[in-house]
Design a binder for this molecule. Structure first.
Ligand code: PEP
Ligand code: MG
Length: 583
């Protein structure tokens, strides 16, 4: 049994067989073969091995010609290994035991690599990488065109990967993927956010562990505590099956709060809305108790499919969300493409970005690709006829940028007017406050915008200079940092002075620990991952405004994030002792 720890990003327990989604995006199948195809599969394995040896020989030759003998020696060593009779016999014997050749080869070579690493020392660790390299080549040759994609699963699995891009995550088949764990990733990476949206237990930022997994093991993913267990022993399995059941009953208890008002103990209403990435999430969000959508991340329309969405694709998606929330606000955030969410065709247009998070992203991209932007805005204004639709621009850093975006809205309204297309032009226009410059200038912005929504995920990233998706700096990514509290206070003040609403839609507001602080700072609207709604409602219903204000005051007086977070955690335990028992 092997226990790995990472960052808990989506709660719940999942138990099932592992599926390794390799760095090269193909899976290592775990199938058994029938007795009568063993000979055929042995022949297929030998052919793939021969093709692999030829590839290596070619590389050896090229390396000798271009780089010299010492580099060619690397491939000579690979070749020696690939032709090692003992190794071949071990793989073939597993095939004779009815394992697929891909699985047999992968398992034997991973075992070799692990034994070499376990001997210790830099030299042997590096040699073990040669074995991993051979495994990749061999499996690739075996799979050939039969590469299996994550979207084509036929049985339940737990996905283990070095990384999953947001679009890969968006395309996970929820029927078969029970949870996932990745080597890289941070707390508020888009992959992590999607895990929550899909309600898949997930752990990210584990560090290197895939080399220790062959793909056949039973796995436990504990997304509430950030633990992954490979090959659990029977006692551990029993324990986790029990906590899986407790988690479900806890969820059922919270779900019973669904029909109760979302207000503090002393009767102050707090508007709790949902963050969604797909229109299909709208109804489930409402069922969890959301009173509107505070953030619809529309860029996922691009990431879900290989083609660019048309105006009608946008329109249909917005209508579907509005239909789930008659009379309630639905905030369409315009495309936040770029950085880790760049669709194929646009990626080619910006190949050399040194730091994509600071480059052509979000509103900058929309303003550079006006046709793409106008297509979306047309759909928003058309759909607005059907309900309380609002529009919000992401990543605004300067007033000029906001004014430019607003101008596009006016242009589009004029076009629709001229064309006689039904639309609504007077919808509320808001902005995300997720760049420190916007928070600092909130007073000026507040005179021109209709509402603010604090995007703490990026606000923290840009304020603390910590990449939100990089596990190497995950320990430095702190929502409780005093600088963040101060920025939130500034934005709330600006909202109050200018009489415009301020909500929080970053992951910080989905974490129950931060609710008393946010309410105490004056926040009365939050938009969160839908599955967090019942738990947050419980916190709110146990809180009075007086207590929230005193918690916010005390938290604001502390100087380091760790002290703030410890303090808030302690307060939460006092507020909701029943929920905390689960930990
Ligand atoms: C944020 O930055 O807090 C936010 C809500 O936007 P996203 O997570 O989509 O970047
Ligand atoms: Mg953001």
């Amino acid at each position: 049994m092997l226990i790995k720890r990472g960052i808990a990003v989506s709660p719940g327990v999942a138990i099932g067989p592992a599926m390794v989604f390799g760095a090269e995006s193909y899976r290592i199948p775990q199938q058994l073969i029938s007795v009568n195809v063993v000979e055929v599969e042995l022949t297929r394995f030998r052919a793939a091995l021969e093709a692999t040896c030829q590839e290596i020989q070619l590389n050896e030759q090229l390396a000798r010609e271009r780089l010299g003998d010492q580099y060619a020696a690397i491939f000579s060593a690979h070749l020696l290994l690939a032709r090692d009779p003992q190794l071949i016999e071990q793989i073939e014997s597993r095939i004779r035991q009815q394992n697929s050749p891909e699985f047999a080869a992968s398992q034997v070579l991973r075992l070799y690599a692990k034994r070499m690493r376990d001997l210790g020392g830099q030299y042997l660790a590096e040699r073990s990488i040669d074995i991993v390299d051979l495994e990749k080549r061999l499996v690739r040759n075996l799979l050939g065109e039969r590469r299996e994609e994550l979207s084509n699963l036929t049985a339940p699995v737990l996905v283990l990967a070095n990384n999953l891009t947001p679009s890969e995550t968006a395309n996970l088949d929820r029927k078969f993927v029970l949870g996932f764990a990745t080597e890289v990733g941070g707390h508020t990476s888009h992959t992590a956010i999607l895990a929550g949206a899909l309600e898949l237990p997930a752990v990210v930022g584990i560090g290197k562990f895939l080399d220790d997994v062959s793909g056949s093991e039973m796995i436990i993913i504990d997304g509430s505590h950030g633990v992954v267990i490979i090959d659990p022993d029977p006692d551990t399995l029993v324990k986790y099956r029990d906590s899986e059941a407790r988690f479900r009953s806890h969820e059922r208890r919270l779900q019973s709060l669904r029909t109760l008002a979302c207000e503090t103990k002393d009767g102050v209403p707090i508007k709790l809305m949902g963050n969604i990435e797909f229109p299909t999430e709208a109804e489930p969000s409402r069922d969890k108790g959301a009173s509107g959508i505070g953030l619809y991340r529309t860029e996922f329309l691009y990431l879900e499919s290989n083609r660019e969405p048309t105006e009608d694709d946008h329109y249909r998606a917005y209508c579907q969300v509005l239909k789930a929330f008659p009379g309630e606000p639905v905030v369409i955030r315009t495309l936040d493409l770029g950085s880790d969410k760049m669709p194929g065709p646009l990626r080619a247009a910006y190949p050399d970005s040194v730091n994509p998070a600071l480059s052509i992203r979000s509103i900058r991209l929309s303003l550079k690709h006006l046709e793409l932007f106008k297509t979306q805005v047309r759909a928003v204004l058309r759909a607005a006829v059907l309900g309380d639709l609002r529009i919000m621009f992401p990543m605004i850093s300067t007033l000029l940028e906001f004014r430019q975006a607003r101008m596009v809205l006016c242009d589009v309204a004029e076009d629709l007017e001229e064309q006689g297309v039904p639309y609504r032009g007077d919808i509320p226009v808001g902005m995300m406050v997720e760049v420190p410059a916007a928070a600092v200038m909130a007073e000026e912005f507040a005179r021109e915008v209709d509402f603010f929504s604090l995007g703490t995920n990026d606000l923290i990233q840009y304020t603390l200079a910590v990449d939100r998706a990089d596990q190497a700096v995950a320990g430095l990514y702190r929502s409780g940092d005093p600088s963040i509290i101060r920025l939130i206070r500034m934005v709330v003040e600006a909202g109050k002075n200018n009489n415009i609403p301020v909500s929080v839609c970053g992951q910080m507001s989905s974490d129950p620990m931060f609710i008393p602080l946010l309410v105490g700072l004056g926040i009365r609207q939050i938009s969160v991952t839908p599955h967090a709604i019942p738990e947050l409602k419980e916190v709110i219903r146990n809180l009075t405004i007086e207590r929230a204000v005193s918690i916010a005051e005390r938290a604001s007086s502390l100087e380091v994030a760790r002290d703030v977070e410890n303090y808030l955690w302690g307060e939460l335990k006092k507020l909701c002792p029943e929920s905390m028992q689960l930990d």
